[in-house]
Every structure is written in C-alpha cells, then in structure tokens.
Design a binder for this molecule. Structure first.
Ligand SMILES: [Zn+2]
Length: 319
C-alpha cells in the first residue's frame, strides 16, 4: 500500500513498483512522494466496441478462420490496460576500426563458369563512423508480453497524462517498476547494441571502437491496450488490440478442421518433395546448388504449413 502525496488516498502497489500513479488523482510520483512531471499518455481512439469489432473483422479474414466467426464469437472479457514505457532519445556516435572479410577466387571450372576451384578468404582493415539518433522505449514492467513490448508506440501523438481520460474508459494504469535512471541506463545499452549491429554489417571483427552515447530527453508514457477474451465454440481466445490505433497486436483465433487437415496434408507433401530434392542433389550431384536450394524451400514451406495446421497462435498484423 502507498499513500498518495497529493490527494492523501491509499492505494495498492506491488513489489518493485518504483514510479507510482495514484488511481484517484492520477498524479505520477516516486515512492518518496516526489511528483513526476514528464508523464504522458497516448489517448484511446478505439473504445471497447470498436476494438471488439476491429478484432473480429481481422480474425475473420485470417486463413482458415470459420465463416461465422464474426457473428458467433462472444466476448467474455475486456480490460483496458495502460502500460508504462520509458521513452528515451539517444544520440550515438561510434567510430570503429576492424577487419572485414574478403575473398579472392582462382581457377574457374571450364564446365561450370560460376564455380571456382579455389577460394581464398582474407581480412582487410576497415574503419568508419556511425552517427545515429534513436528513440528507444523501455517497458516499465518486466513480465510484459513480447508483442506488446515490440509494438511501436506512436509517440508523436502523445499528450500529457490525463487521469480523467483514463477513468472515462475504466483504464487500469500500471505503476512502473523501472526508475528513470534505470531506463536511461538500459536505453544507453540498447543504443550501444544497435551501433554494434551496424558496425558488424561492415566488418567481421571489431579491433577498436570509440563510442559517444548521450541519453537526452526521457519521459514516462502510458500506452492503452485492450486485453480481450472471446469465446467461439468451446474455446476461449485471447487478443491484444491497440486502443490508440485499432492495430491487432496479437490474437489467437479458431481455425476450421478442414483447414487444419488441408494444411497438414499439404505440409507433408511439400516436406517429401523437399527431402526428395535434397536426396537427388546429394546423391547424383546433379544441379547441385539448385537442388539444395529448392529442396530447402520446399521443406521450409512444408514445415510452415505443418506449423499452421498445429498452432492456434502466431496471428499478428505485420508491422
Ligand atoms: Zn492521488
């Protein structure tokens, strides 16, 4: 329990909550009662019925979804959760020196002009610089769903946090277990990792680097997500829909038995063709590279279809 330093009300807190939002007056404050000013929100543009309709529309269009899904599904739960995120603006400047891999080719085969008898790899020194600006968001809670964590926050449409707005939609505003200092530290590390990834696209080994990473403005933002549950037939399906954009972050949905059976059969056929091509390529040496490549493609498609046949999950909008 904590007592709000501004309205005096007592409210629930969980272990590890560091930055609290009073559910009565909406003031963001530290556990010592210092007011936190840089507190923003994304407003709700899709109310409960909009979110439910958008979700069912979207699920109905998915491959293998039953035709009567939109009319037969019954919602059994709808919660509006405002998830806390820290958004940090980071400037990163990295100079690096490293070794890039290169190759020399010798002696073409006469029958196969694309193939060489000998390839020699060697390293050559390379250097460069990456200057980047990042807007990095750090979730304020740890056990957050991966899809909600990765979902891009429309920060340009942020507004100051409005308690009245959250209350109007019965939103649950979560406290943050991450302090501003911790968020800044994590954002700095994340920027460093992204710079490393950029450098490693240029060189294979980093010999030396000089990083100048500055975390500038950082603020807390609450992002509204509809956590929905609906029933179809005997099963219950869960979904997360952005209350700001109506974007389906993640959803499970039913698939017809006919679809599953077709996917299962198709998957097995593709897998067999893939295995056959592999066998021919390895055994006969005929169209070696072509056989291996198309073999893997067939096998991958086959596995993908088997996965679709077996799973209820994996439905997401493409970002
Ligand atoms: Zn209060």
């Amino acid at each position: 329990m904590a007592r709000c330093a501004f309205c005096g009300a007592e409210f629930e807190t969980g272990p590890g909550d560091i930055l609290l939002v009073c559910p009565y007056c909406g003031t963001a404050q530290t556990t010592e009662g210092a007011k936190f000013e840089k507190h923003y929100m994304i407003r709700v543009h899709f109310d409960r019925s909009d979110a439910e309709r958008t979700l069912l529309d979207w699920c109905s269009k998915q491959l293998g979804a039953p035709d009567d899904l939109a009319v037969a599904a019954r919602f059994v739960e709808a919660k509006l959760v405002f998830y806390p995120f820290w958004v940090c603006n980071v400037e990163a400047d990295t100079r690096y020196q490293g070794l890039g891999k290169d190759a020399r080719f010798y002696d073409r085969w006469p029958q196969r002009p694309e193939a060489f008898k000998r390839i020699e790899f060697y390293y050559k020194p390379e250097s460069g610089r990456f200057q980047r600006r990042y807007e990095i968001s750090i979730p304020g809670i740890e056990d957050i769903d991966e899809d909600i964590k990765r979902f891009p926050i429309p920060t340009r449409s942020r507004e100051y946090f409005s308690h009245a707005h959250a209350e109007e939609h019965d939103g649950i505003v979560l406290h943050s277990k991450v302090s501003e200092e911790q968020a800044r530290e994590q954002a700095k590390q994340e920027a460093y990792n992204r710079q490393t990834a950029l450098v490693l696209e240029e060189v294979d080994k980093i010999e030396s680097r000089d990083d100048n990473i500055k975390v500038g403005e950082a603020y807390l933002i609450h992002v509204p997500v509809w956590e929905l549950k609906y029933r179809y037939g005997r099963s219950t399906y869960k979904a997360s829909v952005s209350a700001a954009t109506g974007y389906v972050i993640e959803s499970k949905y039913p698939r017809t038995l006919a679809f599953r059976a077709a996917a299962l059969a198709g998957g097995l056929v593709f897998l067999l063709i893939g295995a056959g091509l592999f066998y021919l390529a390895l055994k006969q040496g005929l169209w070696y590279a072509g056989g291996l490549t198309s073999g893997s493609i067939f096998a991958a498609v086959g596995l993908g279809m088997l996965y679709k046949a077996a799973s209820t999950k994996e439905a997401k909008e493409e970002i």
